[in-house]
Structure formats: C-alpha cells, structure tokens
Design a protein around this ligand. Structure first.
Ligand SMILES: C[S@@+](CC[C@H](N)C(=O)[O-])C[C@H]1O[C@@H](n2cnc3c(N)ncnc32)[C@H](O)[C@@H]1O
Length: 324
C-alpha cells in the first residue's frame, strides 16, 4: 500500500460543530465509538472535550484511513483503540474491548474525500482509473466485476434499486452492447457509456453529473452499504447506555429512510404481541429523538463543502430503563 502523504489528505468533516455539540461527553469515563473514523476529523473535534478517563474506539474499513488515524491519535491524552474492520462487526469489536455498552456512537455514512480523490481507488468518473470502488481492498468483489459479468436485467435492477436511476434499462442495455465490442475497464469508459445512454435533454437536469446515480448504485452494492448500516445501527442501539447518544450522518434518500425508520422504531412505544401476559399493552419508548427534524448544513457550509449538500444529521438518546 502506498503511504499517504498527510499534506494531501483533505477531508472536511460535515457539520463538525453540530456533531461535536450533540455528541460531546457529558460525564467522565465516556466511551465514544466512531464507527466510520475516516481521517479522524469528527473524532478530533470531539477529542477537544475528552479527558484522561475517556476512551475512543475508532473503526473503518479503509486501511489507509486507519493507518492515518494511528499517526493522528498517537499521542493524545486519552485511550484510543483503532480497528480496521466494518462497523457491522460492532458487537464483536465491543466484546473484544470488554465494553458492554457505550455512551456515544457516530456513524458518518458513505465515502471520504480521499477515497474519491485518489484516482486508483476507482470510485470517481472525474478521475480515470480501473473501476474498483472497494472501501476495504481485502474484499474480492469490485465494481468492475459487476459491470463485466452481470446480465442486462441484473444491471438495470441494480441501477434502479440503489441509484433510483430512471434510465436504468437504457443504461444497462448500452453497457451490455458496449461490452460485446470491448470490456469496460475504467471509470471514464463507464461514465461515457452512461452519458450516451441518457437522452440529451435529461443529462444535466438535477445539477449532478449524469453518471452519478449509476456510480452510487455500484458503490452501495459493492460495499453492501445499506445492510452494513442496518446491522451497525441495530448493534449500536443494543449496546447503548441509558442517556447514551447515537448520531448518524446520511447522504442520500436510501440512507435517510433506513436511519429514520430504525431510530423512530426505537423511540415509539411497542405493542406487545397478543397473548403475552404483561401489564398494560405497550412497552414504553426506549429512546427519544433529540433532533426533531434532521439537521442540515447551512448554505455557507454547502458552498464551502459541496459533499455536505445532501447531508442529514439525526441524534437519538436512550432513555433510562423503566422499572415498573
Ligand atoms: C464520510 S467518511 C468519514 C469521515 C470522518 N467522519 C471524518 O471526519 O474524517 C466515511 C468513512 O466510512 C468508512 N466506511 C464506510 N462503510 C463502512 C463500514 N461498513 N464499516 C466501517 N467503515 C466504513 C469509509 O471507509 C470512510 O472512511
């Protein structure tokens, strides 16, 4: 792996001030789990509030991000443990750390700027490279495999399901036609095929590059992003202390919806299944949403950091268990 030059790492944490305000420790001995530590931007902002008894557990699938954070948090005055793993393995990680329940969790979904900006990671249509898109490069499946091997119907369904791409069928057809002439190897080749498949008058309608949705769908699939997010949130909810908080930054409608639904389910009283002999017919709510509406970056932040434009931040706090 090529070492990362810290001067070239430019990842601006989204809603940095708001994340730190909502998730800063409220008592000594806070266990903070940054499930997507990336290049450590949010963790560093939170670390300003940490003292010697606090404990930071940082997780990321990306080896380069973890290597960078090992340097960044080498000499901090609190305990740090970094894991090159997926946060869907949260349960196992907490067990290894002998943490039954944590006080704070942060999940900042998606990819980091260095992943997109480093051409060789093969995420971006604006930097030509072999199509790859793996966040964890130990994984075998790449986006190129999907583009080369999937049938027209499978590709169309993928673009529709994870990209909500209205021209999914035309694009899949164009990919399969082009594949018969020569393999599609690079991000630019793929972007060109997508652009040619979309009618000209629809190409710049949403103010995004016409290939954005296809690339997003491939990235979500290759990294199994939505299933990991579901498992990660569920594990965090199962291992959250009373008065503990979970904060989640999401960037597109599929993530927004999944996060909103899982947190909301935790915050509404549940009806007991019929026939179960319990007092009352409802279990009380276990959590409360602290952000009634998702927090969005202000216009100035959106202009400074275009990646933040679609961000939504939600925070939930676990209630005390009721003993009645
Ligand atoms: C938006 S970046 C996080 C940036 C970070 N908050 C910061 O301020 O530097 C998202 C990170 O999540 C990581 N990631 C995505 N899915 C993951 C998963 N299932 N488990 C662990 N890390 C994941 C990516 O590798 C990427 O580094």
């Amino acid at each position: 792996m090529e070492p990362i030059n810290p001067d070239n790492v430019c990842h601006v944490p989204v809603l940095e001030r708001e994340v730190a305000e909502w998730l800063k420790p409220s008592k000594p001995g806070t266990v903070f789990v940054d499930c997507t530590i990336g290049y450590g931007g949010h963790s560093a902002a939170l670390a300003r509030y940490f003292d010697a008894q606090d404990f930071l557990i940082g997780i990321d699938r990306d080896a380069e991000a973890i290597a960078y954070c090992r340097e960044r948090f080498k000499e901090v005055p609190f305990r740090v443990s970094l894991h090159h793993r997926g946060y869907e393995e949260l349960e196992a990680i907490l067990k290894e750390e002998k943490v039954a329940a944590a006080d704070r969790y942060l999940i900042d979904c998606g990819f980091s700027s260095p992943q997109i900006d480093r051409a060789e990671r093969g995420f971006s249509f604006s930097r030509d490279a072999v199509i790859d898109m793996r966040m964890d490069r130990r994984q075998e499946l790449t986006a190129k495999d999907v583009i080369q091997m999937w049938s027209e119907k499978e590709l169309a369904d993928l673009f529709q399901r994870y990209g909500e791409e209205r021209f999914s069928r035309r694009i899949a057809k164009a990919i399969v036609r082009r594949r018969k002439e020569a393999p599609i190897e690079t991000t630019r080749e793929l972007a060109d095929v997508v652009i040619q498949a979309i009618p000209a008058r629809y190409q710049h309608q949403e103010g995004i590059h016409p290939a954005t949705r296809v690339f997003m769908a491939l990235r979500i699939y290759v990294n199994n992003e939505l299933e990991c997010l579901r498992q990660g949130i569920q594990a965090a909810l199962a291992h959250l202390r009373p008065h503990g908080r979970i904060g989640i930054l999401t960037y597109h409608s599929l993530e927004h919806r999944l996060c909103r639904n899982l947190l909301r389910d935790f915050c509404v009283p549940r009806r007991h299944p019929p026939g179960i002999p319990v007092r009352g017919d409802e279990e009380p709510a276990r959590g409360v949403m602290l952000t009634r509406k998702a927090v969005r970056p202000c216009a100035a932040e959106q202009n400074r950091n275009p990646r933040s434009r679609s961000a939504q931040f939600r925070v939930m706090e676990r209630l005390e268990d009721r003993m009645d």
